[in-house]
Design a protein around this ligand. Structure first.
Ligand code: ADP
Length: 484
Protein backbone atom coordinates (compact mmCIF):
# COMPACT_ATOMS: atom_id res chain seq x y z
CA UNK A 1 0.00 0.00 0.00
CA UNK A 2 1.46 3.36 -1.09
CA UNK A 3 0.40 6.35 1.04
CA UNK A 4 1.30 9.96 0.25
CA UNK A 5 1.01 11.94 3.49
CA UNK A 6 0.63 15.71 2.94
CA UNK A 7 1.12 18.30 5.68
CA UNK A 8 2.13 21.95 5.82
CA UNK A 9 4.43 21.36 8.79
CA UNK A 10 6.54 18.42 9.88
CA UNK A 11 8.64 18.25 13.07
CA UNK A 12 11.54 19.18 13.28
CA UNK A 13 11.60 20.85 9.86
CA UNK A 14 8.73 23.29 10.49
CA UNK A 15 6.43 23.50 13.51
CA UNK A 16 3.79 25.88 14.80
CA UNK A 17 1.64 23.30 16.63
CA UNK A 18 0.67 19.69 17.27
CA UNK A 19 0.11 19.04 13.54
CA UNK A 20 3.90 18.98 13.02
CA UNK A 21 4.32 16.27 15.66
CA UNK A 22 1.63 14.09 14.09
CA UNK A 23 3.04 14.60 10.60
CA UNK A 24 6.42 13.29 11.75
CA UNK A 25 5.29 10.51 14.09
CA UNK A 26 2.32 8.94 12.30
CA UNK A 27 4.14 8.26 8.99
CA UNK A 28 7.00 6.65 10.95
CA UNK A 29 4.51 4.43 12.81
CA UNK A 30 2.83 3.51 9.51
CA UNK A 31 6.20 2.66 7.96
CA UNK A 32 6.91 0.40 10.95
CA UNK A 33 3.69 -1.46 10.09
CA UNK A 34 4.95 -2.04 6.55
CA UNK A 35 3.08 0.77 4.76
CA UNK A 36 5.05 2.41 1.95
CA UNK A 37 4.66 6.05 2.98
CA UNK A 38 6.08 9.38 1.81
CA UNK A 39 5.61 12.76 3.52
CA UNK A 40 5.15 15.77 1.25
CA UNK A 41 5.45 19.38 2.50
CA UNK A 42 6.39 22.83 1.16
CA UNK A 43 10.09 23.72 1.08
CA UNK A 44 10.04 26.66 3.47
CA UNK A 45 13.29 28.54 3.96
CA UNK A 46 15.92 26.32 5.59
CA UNK A 47 13.97 23.05 5.28
CA UNK A 48 15.87 21.46 2.36
CA UNK A 49 19.20 21.96 4.15
CA UNK A 50 18.00 19.85 7.09
CA UNK A 51 16.82 16.86 5.07
CA UNK A 52 18.90 13.78 4.43
CA UNK A 53 20.01 12.41 1.01
CA UNK A 54 18.35 15.18 -0.94
CA UNK A 55 18.07 14.97 -4.73
CA UNK A 56 16.16 16.66 -7.51
CA UNK A 57 13.02 14.74 -8.43
CA UNK A 58 11.75 16.77 -11.34
CA UNK A 59 9.67 19.78 -12.19
CA UNK A 60 5.94 20.51 -12.11
CA UNK A 61 4.33 23.36 -14.01
CA UNK A 62 1.33 24.81 -12.24
CA UNK A 63 -0.53 27.74 -13.76
CA UNK A 64 2.56 28.76 -15.72
CA UNK A 65 4.82 28.56 -12.71
CA UNK A 66 7.67 26.10 -12.25
CA UNK A 67 7.79 24.11 -8.99
CA UNK A 68 10.61 21.69 -8.30
CA UNK A 69 10.23 18.46 -6.42
CA UNK A 70 13.05 17.53 -4.06
CA UNK A 71 13.23 13.96 -2.77
CA UNK A 72 14.95 13.05 0.48
CA UNK A 73 14.40 11.39 3.83
CA UNK A 74 13.25 12.66 7.21
CA UNK A 75 16.21 13.70 9.39
CA UNK A 76 15.08 11.75 12.46
CA UNK A 77 13.51 8.53 11.24
CA UNK A 78 14.42 8.29 7.55
CA UNK A 79 10.88 8.06 6.12
CA UNK A 80 10.93 9.21 2.45
CA UNK A 81 9.94 12.85 1.94
CA UNK A 82 9.18 15.14 -0.97
CA UNK A 83 9.52 18.91 -0.79
CA UNK A 84 7.57 21.19 -3.10
CA UNK A 85 10.16 23.84 -3.85
CA UNK A 86 9.04 27.21 -5.21
CA UNK A 87 11.08 29.91 -3.43
CA UNK A 88 8.77 32.75 -4.50
CA UNK A 89 5.87 30.95 -2.75
CA UNK A 90 7.40 29.25 0.25
CA UNK A 91 10.84 30.65 1.14
CA UNK A 92 9.54 33.46 3.36
CA UNK A 93 10.75 34.79 6.67
CA UNK A 94 8.58 34.15 9.73
CA UNK A 95 5.55 31.90 10.09
CA UNK A 96 4.50 29.54 7.30
CA UNK A 97 1.02 31.16 7.43
CA UNK A 98 -0.57 34.56 7.45
CA UNK A 99 0.85 35.83 4.13
CA UNK A 100 -1.43 37.80 1.79
CA UNK A 101 -1.12 35.20 -0.97
CA UNK A 102 -1.79 32.09 1.15
CA UNK A 103 -4.59 31.01 -1.22
CA UNK A 104 -2.10 30.75 -4.09
CA UNK A 105 0.66 29.32 -1.91
CA UNK A 106 -1.39 26.49 -0.48
CA UNK A 107 -3.55 26.14 -3.60
CA UNK A 108 -0.32 25.42 -5.51
CA UNK A 109 0.80 23.02 -2.80
CA UNK A 110 -2.54 21.15 -3.06
CA UNK A 111 -2.24 20.94 -6.84
CA UNK A 112 1.33 19.62 -6.54
CA UNK A 113 0.17 16.99 -4.02
CA UNK A 114 -2.62 15.92 -6.38
CA UNK A 115 -0.16 15.57 -9.30
CA UNK A 116 2.32 13.54 -7.27
CA UNK A 117 -0.45 11.35 -5.87
CA UNK A 118 -1.65 10.60 -9.39
CA UNK A 119 1.86 9.62 -10.54
CA UNK A 120 3.87 11.93 -12.76
CA UNK A 121 4.67 10.52 -16.20
CA UNK A 122 8.44 10.07 -16.37
CA UNK A 123 8.86 12.54 -19.27
CA UNK A 124 7.47 15.33 -17.04
CA UNK A 125 9.52 14.46 -13.98
CA UNK A 126 12.94 14.51 -15.58
CA UNK A 127 14.76 12.56 -12.88
CA UNK A 128 11.92 10.28 -11.81
CA UNK A 129 13.53 7.40 -13.63
CA UNK A 130 16.69 7.39 -11.53
CA UNK A 131 15.26 7.76 -8.05
CA UNK A 132 17.47 6.59 -5.22
CA UNK A 133 16.58 3.53 -3.28
CA UNK A 134 14.77 4.80 -0.18
CA UNK A 135 13.12 7.62 -2.11
CA UNK A 136 9.52 7.76 -3.27
CA UNK A 137 9.02 6.88 -6.93
CA UNK A 138 7.06 9.86 -8.26
CA UNK A 139 6.15 8.08 -11.48
CA UNK A 140 3.88 5.68 -9.55
CA UNK A 141 0.37 6.54 -8.38
CA UNK A 142 -0.38 6.53 -4.62
CA UNK A 143 -3.18 4.29 -3.36
CA UNK A 144 -4.07 6.76 -0.61
CA UNK A 145 -3.39 10.45 -0.21
CA UNK A 146 -3.68 11.43 3.45
CA UNK A 147 -4.38 15.17 3.87
CA UNK A 148 -4.06 17.22 7.03
CA UNK A 149 -5.84 20.45 7.95
CA UNK A 150 -6.90 23.28 5.67
CA UNK A 151 -3.56 23.78 3.89
CA UNK A 152 -4.14 20.49 2.04
CA UNK A 153 -7.94 20.71 1.72
CA UNK A 154 -8.12 21.58 -1.98
CA UNK A 155 -6.13 18.52 -3.06
CA UNK A 156 -9.19 16.39 -3.95
CA UNK A 157 -10.43 19.24 -6.17
CA UNK A 158 -7.27 18.88 -8.27
CA UNK A 159 -7.44 15.08 -8.56
CA UNK A 160 -8.93 13.73 -11.74
CA UNK A 161 -12.37 12.30 -11.12
CA UNK A 162 -11.72 9.33 -13.40
CA UNK A 163 -10.33 6.01 -12.21
CA UNK A 164 -7.80 4.89 -11.23
CA UNK A 165 -7.74 7.65 -8.69
CA UNK A 166 -6.06 7.66 -5.26
CA UNK A 167 -8.48 7.50 -2.35
CA UNK A 168 -8.39 10.55 -0.06
CA UNK A 169 -8.38 10.78 3.74
CA UNK A 170 -8.64 14.22 5.34
CA UNK A 171 -7.68 14.68 9.00
CA UNK A 172 -8.92 17.65 11.06
CA UNK A 173 -6.36 18.70 13.66
CA UNK A 174 -8.10 21.94 14.60
CA UNK A 175 -11.37 22.98 12.96
CA UNK A 176 -10.96 26.59 14.09
CA UNK A 177 -8.34 27.36 11.41
CA UNK A 178 -10.06 27.09 8.03
CA UNK A 179 -8.28 28.84 5.16
CA UNK A 180 -11.08 31.21 4.13
CA UNK A 181 -10.62 33.28 0.95
CA UNK A 182 -12.65 35.37 -1.50
CA UNK A 183 -14.05 34.89 -5.00
CA UNK A 184 -11.11 36.58 -6.76
CA UNK A 185 -8.74 34.14 -5.09
CA UNK A 186 -10.97 31.23 -6.10
CA UNK A 187 -10.88 32.43 -9.71
CA UNK A 188 -7.08 32.64 -9.58
CA UNK A 189 -6.72 28.96 -8.75
CA UNK A 190 -8.20 27.59 -11.96
CA UNK A 191 -10.68 25.35 -10.16
CA UNK A 192 -13.82 24.06 -11.79
CA UNK A 193 -16.50 26.81 -11.54
CA UNK A 194 -18.96 24.10 -10.45
CA UNK A 195 -17.19 24.05 -7.08
CA UNK A 196 -18.52 27.56 -6.38
CA UNK A 197 -21.73 26.50 -4.67
CA UNK A 198 -22.84 26.09 -1.06
CA UNK A 199 -23.04 22.30 -1.59
CA UNK A 200 -19.38 22.34 -2.62
CA UNK A 201 -16.72 24.70 -1.24
CA UNK A 202 -18.41 28.10 -1.18
CA UNK A 203 -18.67 29.31 2.40
CA UNK A 204 -20.22 32.52 3.74
CA UNK A 205 -19.64 34.50 0.55
CA UNK A 206 -16.12 33.22 0.02
CA UNK A 207 -14.66 29.74 -0.06
CA UNK A 208 -12.89 27.56 2.45
CA UNK A 209 -10.01 25.11 2.03
CA UNK A 210 -11.20 23.29 5.15
CA UNK A 211 -14.68 22.89 3.73
CA UNK A 212 -13.19 21.54 0.49
CA UNK A 213 -11.35 18.87 2.45
CA UNK A 214 -14.51 17.98 4.36
CA UNK A 215 -16.81 17.84 1.34
CA UNK A 216 -14.53 16.31 -1.29
CA UNK A 217 -12.46 13.67 0.58
CA UNK A 218 -13.46 10.01 0.65
CA UNK A 219 -13.00 9.67 4.42
CA UNK A 220 -12.61 12.15 7.26
CA UNK A 221 -10.83 11.69 10.54
CA UNK A 222 -10.11 13.82 13.54
CA UNK A 223 -7.71 13.33 16.39
CA UNK A 224 -10.07 11.98 19.06
CA UNK A 225 -13.46 10.23 19.13
CA UNK A 226 -15.06 12.85 21.39
CA UNK A 227 -13.91 15.77 19.19
CA UNK A 228 -15.39 13.85 16.22
CA UNK A 229 -18.78 14.00 17.96
CA UNK A 230 -18.37 17.55 19.30
CA UNK A 231 -17.61 19.13 15.91
CA UNK A 232 -21.00 17.94 14.67
CA UNK A 233 -22.64 20.37 17.13
CA UNK A 234 -23.01 24.16 16.77
CA UNK A 235 -20.99 24.69 19.99
CA UNK A 236 -17.79 23.18 18.52
CA UNK A 237 -18.59 23.06 14.80
CA UNK A 238 -17.14 26.46 13.74
CA UNK A 239 -20.08 26.84 11.27
CA UNK A 240 -19.16 23.53 9.61
CA UNK A 241 -21.19 21.29 11.93
CA UNK A 242 -23.89 20.89 9.26
CA UNK A 243 -21.35 19.64 6.70
CA UNK A 244 -19.86 17.31 9.30
CA UNK A 245 -23.28 15.92 10.27
CA UNK A 246 -23.93 15.14 6.60
CA UNK A 247 -20.66 13.23 6.48
CA UNK A 248 -20.91 11.64 9.91
CA UNK A 249 -20.76 8.06 8.64
CA UNK A 250 -17.41 8.81 6.97
CA UNK A 251 -16.01 10.69 10.00
CA UNK A 252 -13.75 8.71 12.38
CA UNK A 253 -12.11 9.80 15.63
CA UNK A 254 -8.63 8.30 16.08
CA UNK A 255 -6.71 9.41 19.14
CA UNK A 256 -3.15 10.68 18.62
CA UNK A 257 -0.20 8.96 20.23
CA UNK A 258 2.89 10.61 21.72
CA UNK A 259 6.58 10.23 21.01
CA UNK A 260 7.41 7.72 23.73
CA UNK A 261 11.13 7.90 23.01
CA UNK A 262 11.29 11.62 23.85
CA UNK A 263 8.65 11.48 26.61
CA UNK A 264 9.96 8.68 28.79
CA UNK A 265 10.82 9.44 32.44
CA UNK A 266 13.27 6.53 32.52
CA UNK A 267 15.49 8.03 29.81
CA UNK A 268 14.45 11.71 29.37
CA UNK A 269 17.64 13.74 28.95
CA UNK A 270 15.86 16.96 30.00
CA UNK A 271 15.02 15.83 33.55
CA UNK A 272 17.40 15.57 36.50
CA UNK A 273 16.31 12.26 38.07
CA UNK A 274 15.11 9.29 36.03
CA UNK A 275 12.40 6.94 37.28
CA UNK A 276 10.24 4.05 36.16
CA UNK A 277 7.21 2.24 37.58
CA UNK A 278 9.31 0.77 40.40
CA UNK A 279 10.83 4.09 41.49
CA UNK A 280 8.05 6.65 40.98
CA UNK A 281 7.88 8.01 44.52
CA UNK A 282 11.62 8.54 44.98
CA UNK A 283 12.15 9.80 41.42
CA UNK A 284 9.35 12.33 41.55
CA UNK A 285 10.34 13.56 45.02
CA UNK A 286 13.89 14.20 43.83
CA UNK A 287 12.69 16.05 40.71
CA UNK A 288 10.30 18.09 42.85
CA UNK A 289 13.01 19.21 45.27
CA UNK A 290 15.19 20.21 42.33
CA UNK A 291 12.40 22.22 40.69
CA UNK A 292 11.42 23.91 43.98
CA UNK A 293 15.00 25.11 44.33
CA UNK A 294 15.25 26.26 40.71
CA UNK A 295 12.01 28.24 40.88
CA UNK A 296 12.39 29.57 44.44
CA UNK A 297 9.48 27.60 45.88
CA UNK A 298 9.47 26.50 49.52
CA UNK A 299 10.94 23.07 50.23
CA UNK A 300 7.61 21.44 51.03
CA UNK A 301 5.87 18.08 50.68
CA UNK A 302 2.60 19.71 49.69
CA UNK A 303 1.28 18.50 46.32
CA UNK A 304 2.55 20.47 43.32
CA UNK A 305 0.01 21.45 40.65
CA UNK A 306 1.34 22.13 37.10
CA UNK A 307 -0.01 24.05 34.11
CA UNK A 308 1.78 24.32 30.74
CA UNK A 309 0.30 25.81 27.61
CA UNK A 310 -0.52 28.64 25.29
CA UNK A 311 -2.35 31.51 26.98
CA UNK A 312 -5.16 31.45 24.41
CA UNK A 313 -8.92 31.33 24.89
CA UNK A 314 -8.94 27.63 23.90
CA UNK A 315 -6.75 26.58 26.83
CA UNK A 316 -8.89 28.15 29.58
CA UNK A 317 -5.97 29.44 31.67
CA UNK A 318 -8.23 32.36 32.64
CA UNK A 319 -10.27 29.90 34.73
CA UNK A 320 -7.14 28.86 36.62
CA UNK A 321 -6.32 32.51 37.29
CA UNK A 322 -9.91 33.20 38.36
CA UNK A 323 -9.47 30.46 40.98
CA UNK A 324 -6.11 31.80 42.21
CA UNK A 325 -7.34 33.46 45.43
CA UNK A 326 -9.04 30.31 46.61
CA UNK A 327 -6.22 28.02 45.43
CA UNK A 328 -3.79 30.13 47.46
CA UNK A 329 -5.69 29.07 50.61
CA UNK A 330 -5.23 25.33 49.91
CA UNK A 331 -2.26 23.14 50.99
CA UNK A 332 -0.72 23.23 47.52
CA UNK A 333 2.12 24.61 45.42
CA UNK A 334 1.55 25.76 41.84
CA UNK A 335 3.88 26.02 38.84
CA UNK A 336 2.81 27.68 35.59
CA UNK A 337 4.79 27.72 32.31
CA UNK A 338 2.92 29.64 29.66
CA UNK A 339 2.93 32.52 27.21
CA UNK A 340 0.47 34.31 24.99
CA UNK A 341 -2.24 36.77 25.99
CA UNK A 342 -0.40 39.68 27.72
CA UNK A 343 -3.24 40.27 30.22
CA UNK A 344 -3.02 36.65 31.39
CA UNK A 345 0.79 36.73 31.45
CA UNK A 346 0.52 39.76 33.73
CA UNK A 347 -2.19 38.17 35.91
CA UNK A 348 -0.18 35.00 36.48
CA UNK A 349 3.01 36.96 37.24
CA UNK A 350 1.10 39.00 39.83
CA UNK A 351 -0.19 35.81 41.46
CA UNK A 352 3.39 34.53 41.80
CA UNK A 353 4.49 37.89 43.24
CA UNK A 354 1.77 37.66 45.92
CA UNK A 355 2.83 34.16 47.08
CA UNK A 356 6.38 33.54 45.86
CA UNK A 357 6.97 30.49 48.09
CA UNK A 358 3.89 28.72 46.85
CA UNK A 359 3.38 29.85 43.26
CA UNK A 360 6.03 29.96 40.53
CA UNK A 361 5.23 31.41 37.10
CA UNK A 362 7.50 31.44 34.06
CA UNK A 363 6.31 33.38 31.03
CA UNK A 364 8.28 31.62 28.30
CA UNK A 365 8.35 28.73 25.87
CA UNK A 366 10.80 26.34 27.48
CA UNK A 367 10.92 22.70 26.36
CA UNK A 368 13.29 21.63 29.17
CA UNK A 369 11.21 23.25 31.89
CA UNK A 370 8.08 21.60 30.44
CA UNK A 371 9.70 18.19 30.94
CA UNK A 372 10.87 19.07 34.46
CA UNK A 373 7.37 20.22 35.44
CA UNK A 374 5.85 16.94 34.22
CA UNK A 375 8.47 15.01 36.21
CA UNK A 376 8.11 17.09 39.40
CA UNK A 377 4.39 17.80 39.67
CA UNK A 378 1.80 15.62 41.43
CA UNK A 379 -1.18 17.02 39.52
CA UNK A 380 -1.60 18.72 36.18
CA UNK A 381 -4.51 20.98 35.22
CA UNK A 382 -6.06 21.51 31.74
CA UNK A 383 -9.23 23.67 31.80
CA UNK A 384 -9.51 23.73 27.96
CA UNK A 385 -12.66 25.09 26.30
CA UNK A 386 -12.07 22.67 23.45
CA UNK A 387 -9.24 20.25 22.79
CA UNK A 388 -9.06 18.22 19.55
CA UNK A 389 -6.60 15.84 21.21
CA UNK A 390 -4.13 17.50 23.58
CA UNK A 391 -0.73 16.12 24.52
CA UNK A 392 0.01 17.15 28.07
CA UNK A 393 -2.61 14.88 29.61
CA UNK A 394 -0.81 11.93 27.99
CA UNK A 395 2.64 13.16 29.04
CA UNK A 396 1.25 13.67 32.55
CA UNK A 397 0.01 10.11 32.90
CA UNK A 398 3.31 8.75 31.63
CA UNK A 399 5.22 11.04 34.03
CA UNK A 400 2.75 10.30 36.85
CA UNK A 401 1.18 13.70 37.40
CA UNK A 402 -2.55 13.11 37.87
CA UNK A 403 -4.44 15.07 35.16
CA UNK A 404 -7.37 17.31 36.21
CA UNK A 405 -9.20 18.30 33.08
CA UNK A 406 -12.35 19.61 31.54
CA UNK A 407 -14.30 16.77 29.96
CA UNK A 408 -13.85 17.76 26.30
CA UNK A 409 -12.32 16.28 23.13
CA UNK A 410 -9.22 14.17 23.43
CA UNK A 411 -8.94 14.99 27.13
CA UNK A 412 -12.11 12.99 27.84
CA UNK A 413 -10.85 10.13 25.66
CA UNK A 414 -7.41 9.72 27.18
CA UNK A 415 -8.13 10.14 30.90
CA UNK A 416 -10.66 8.05 32.86
CA UNK A 417 -12.61 9.91 35.51
CA UNK A 418 -13.13 8.98 39.14
CA UNK A 419 -16.80 8.28 38.41
CA UNK A 420 -15.66 5.07 36.68
CA UNK A 421 -14.07 1.93 38.07
CA UNK A 422 -10.51 2.52 36.85
CA UNK A 423 -9.76 6.25 37.08
CA UNK A 424 -6.51 7.83 35.89
CA UNK A 425 -7.54 11.43 36.54
CA UNK A 426 -10.34 13.83 37.40
CA UNK A 427 -12.82 15.39 34.97
CA UNK A 428 -14.71 18.64 35.54
CA UNK A 429 -17.60 20.16 33.63
CA UNK A 430 -16.95 23.83 32.97
CA UNK A 431 -14.06 26.14 32.14
CA UNK A 432 -14.50 28.37 35.18
CA UNK A 433 -13.11 28.91 38.68
CA UNK A 434 -15.66 26.55 40.23
CA UNK A 435 -14.62 23.74 37.88
CA UNK A 436 -10.94 24.23 38.69
CA UNK A 437 -11.56 24.40 42.44
CA UNK A 438 -13.79 21.32 42.42
CA UNK A 439 -11.06 19.30 40.65
CA UNK A 440 -8.20 20.52 42.83
CA UNK A 441 -10.12 19.88 46.08
CA UNK A 442 -11.06 16.41 44.84
CA UNK A 443 -7.43 15.72 43.93
CA UNK A 444 -6.26 16.80 47.39
CA UNK A 445 -8.83 14.51 48.95
CA UNK A 446 -7.60 11.53 46.92
CA UNK A 447 -3.97 12.45 47.48
CA UNK A 448 -4.63 11.99 51.19
CA UNK A 449 -5.62 8.35 50.48
CA UNK A 450 -2.29 6.87 49.36
CA UNK A 451 -3.65 3.48 48.24
CA UNK A 452 -6.16 5.08 45.85
CA UNK A 453 -3.67 7.65 44.63
CA UNK A 454 -1.02 5.03 43.87
CA UNK A 455 -3.52 2.97 41.89
CA UNK A 456 -4.46 5.97 39.76
CA UNK A 457 -0.80 6.73 39.14
CA UNK A 458 0.03 3.14 38.18
CA UNK A 459 -2.88 2.82 35.72
CA UNK A 460 -1.98 5.97 33.81
CA UNK A 461 1.70 5.10 33.63
CA UNK A 462 1.01 1.57 32.36
CA UNK A 463 -1.10 2.58 29.35
CA UNK A 464 0.31 2.29 25.82
CA UNK A 465 0.70 5.92 24.69
CA UNK A 466 2.71 5.03 21.58
CA UNK A 467 1.54 5.71 18.02
CA UNK A 468 1.23 2.02 17.14
CA UNK A 469 -2.46 1.49 18.10
CA UNK A 470 -3.50 4.66 16.22
CA UNK A 471 -1.38 3.80 13.17
CA UNK A 472 -3.14 0.43 13.04
CA UNK A 473 -6.51 2.22 12.99
CA UNK A 474 -5.39 4.46 10.11
CA UNK A 475 -4.11 1.43 8.24
CA UNK A 476 -7.47 -0.31 8.65
CA UNK A 477 -9.20 2.82 7.36
CA UNK A 478 -6.95 2.90 4.26
CA UNK A 479 -7.66 -0.80 3.66
CA UNK A 480 -11.39 -0.29 3.94
CA UNK A 481 -11.25 2.55 1.38
CA UNK A 482 -9.25 0.44 -1.06
CA UNK A 483 -11.63 -2.48 -0.64
CA UNK A 484 -14.72 -0.32 -1.22
P1 ADP B 1 -1.75 22.96 21.11
O1 ADP B 1 -1.13 22.29 19.90
O2 ADP B 1 -3.21 23.30 20.95
O3 ADP B 1 -0.96 24.12 21.65
P2 ADP B 1 -1.16 20.47 22.49
O4 ADP B 1 -1.43 20.02 23.90
O5 ADP B 1 -1.61 19.56 21.39
O6 ADP B 1 -1.76 21.92 22.33
O7 ADP B 1 0.40 20.66 22.32
C1 ADP B 1 1.09 21.72 22.92
C2 ADP B 1 2.51 21.29 23.21
O8 ADP B 1 3.30 22.44 23.40
C3 ADP B 1 2.61 20.47 24.47
O9 ADP B 1 3.65 19.54 24.33
C4 ADP B 1 3.00 21.53 25.52
O10 ADP B 1 3.73 21.02 26.59
C5 ADP B 1 3.86 22.43 24.69
N1 ADP B 1 3.88 23.78 25.24
C6 ADP B 1 2.90 24.69 25.21
N2 ADP B 1 3.29 25.84 25.82
C7 ADP B 1 4.56 25.63 26.22
C8 ADP B 1 5.55 26.45 26.90
N3 ADP B 1 5.27 27.68 27.31
N4 ADP B 1 6.76 25.91 27.12
C9 ADP B 1 7.04 24.65 26.73
N5 ADP B 1 6.17 23.85 26.09
C10 ADP B 1 4.95 24.32 25.84
Amino acid sequence: MRVLFAASEVYPLAKTGGLADVAAALPAALAALGVEVCIIMPAYRGVAERMRSLQDAGELRIRGQSLRLLAGTHPDHGVPMLLVDAPELFARAGSPYGHGDDAVRFGSFCEAVARVASGIPARDADSATNVNKGHWDTSQRADIVHLNDWHTGLTPAFLSSSAPRPRTVFTIHNLAYQGFFDRAQFDGLGLSPSLWSPEAIEFWGGFSFMKAGLVLSDALTTVSPTYAREIQTPEFGEHLDGVLRQRSTQLHGILNGIDTTIWNPATDTLIEHHYDAASVAAGKAANKRELQQQLGLADSDQPLLGFIGRLAHQKGADALLAASAELSQLPLQVVVLASGDPALEHGFSEWAARCPWRVAVRVAYDEGLAHRIEAASDMFIMPSRYEPCGLNQMYSQRYVSIPLLRRVGGLADSVDDISGSAPTGIHFEHTDAAGVIYAVRKALELHAQPALWLQMQARGMARDWSWRPSALRYMQLYQSLLAA
